[in-house]
Design a protein around this ligand. Structure first.
Ligand code: ATP
Ligand code: MG
Length: 270
């Protein structure tokens, strides 16, 4: 894991008061995993010490009007939970929802083992550089990952959900179950292997609009592009698989061209 785990008591030397769930006797003391712009992500346990969970806490923002702030936090948590439940129901790979308290500002979800695509991809690229492997050579692994990403995003859009912040930090790679491996899982585990799980639905919405779907793809394309030119050029694989994933996906791909054009114009204007 990339993030340093910090005990909340240590991380919480400022005036922040954590909700009582953080002191619950049956739960493991939450460990702070990452601190985003809006949310703090902790690892804890749910009901049993053997069931890890992710605890996403949105503390109040002192710079926002308190009533507006409370309303916004509630809205974000409830809408994230609602979308996650819809995805689960429809078989789109996302963490399960365990519990929430929108007034206290937290959402407890299934812990996903593995790492985000951004980290895995960077490690993979670094390793290849060290081994002096030329671009485009033996990158079947990356190609396969792109296909899996295209399929996951396609499945999400097919059920009428747009993510709203589709970056490589919001896609996780969960190791495939051990049972199916042939015993040499440690050595054989490929860096880009694993099932794609979509996370972070704080900005998601229910929409079937081609424009919204195309913006999701555009954001993801930019995210891959900022990682590496090779990842950018292989983004066509994401789009190819996406195009196959639901009826109407090709209209979205057409729309993506307009969105790209607008993006280019905007960056030209500075
Ligand atoms: N269910 C989970 N299991 C394991 N790790 C998780 C899980 N959810 C999030 N993470 C880790 O925590 C990080 C931050 O979580 P997330 O993306 O949901 O929050 P955020 O980007 O801070 O939130 P937001 O953009 O909604 O304000 C992720 O990039 C990932 O590394
Ligand atoms: Mg995120």
């Amino acid at each position: 894991m990339e993030a340093q785990a910090i005990h909340p008591c240590a991380a919480n030397s400022d005036e922040r008061v954590l909700p009582s769930i953080f002191r619950h006797p049956s739960a493991a003391a939450p460990l702070l995993i990452t601190q985003g712009a809006e949310a703090l992500l902790y690892r804890s346990t749910y009901l049993l010490p053997s069931t890890p969970c992710a605890l996403k806490y949105r503390p109040s923002k002192p710079y926002r009007h308190p009533i507006l702030d409370a309303r916004l936090t509630k809205h974000r948590i409830l809408s994230e939970a609602r979308v996650l439940v819809k995805c689960r129901r429809e078989g789109v790979p996302v963490p399960a929802v365990y519990a929430l308290d929108e007034a206290a500002g937290w959402l407890m979800i299934e812990w996903i083992e593995g790492e985000v695509v951004r980290i895995r991809l960077n490690e993979w690229l670094k390793r290849r550089k060290e081994e002096d492997i030329a671009e485009g050579v033996d990158d079947g692994e990356l190609l396969e990952l792109m296909t899996r990403v295209g399929s996951a995003v396609g499945r999400l859009h097919a059920i009428g959900v747009v993510h709203g912040d589709l970056t490589t930090s919001n896609l996780m790679l969960r190791p495939r179950s051990r049972e199916v491996s042939n015993g040499d899982s440690e050595t054989a585990s490929k860096m880009l292997d694993g099932n794609v799980v979509l996370i972070d639905f704080g900005l998601a919405s229910q929409s079937q609009a081609d424009e919204d779907r195309a913006v999701d793809l555009y954001v993801l394309e930019r995210a891959f592009g900022s990682t590496h030119p090779r990842a950018e050029s292989l983004f066509v694989e994401v789009l190819r698989e996406y195009g196959r994933s639901f009826k109407g996906a090709n209209v979205v791909l057409k729309k993506l061209e307009d969105v790209r054009m607008r993006g280019r114009k905007r960056s030209m204007l500075g």
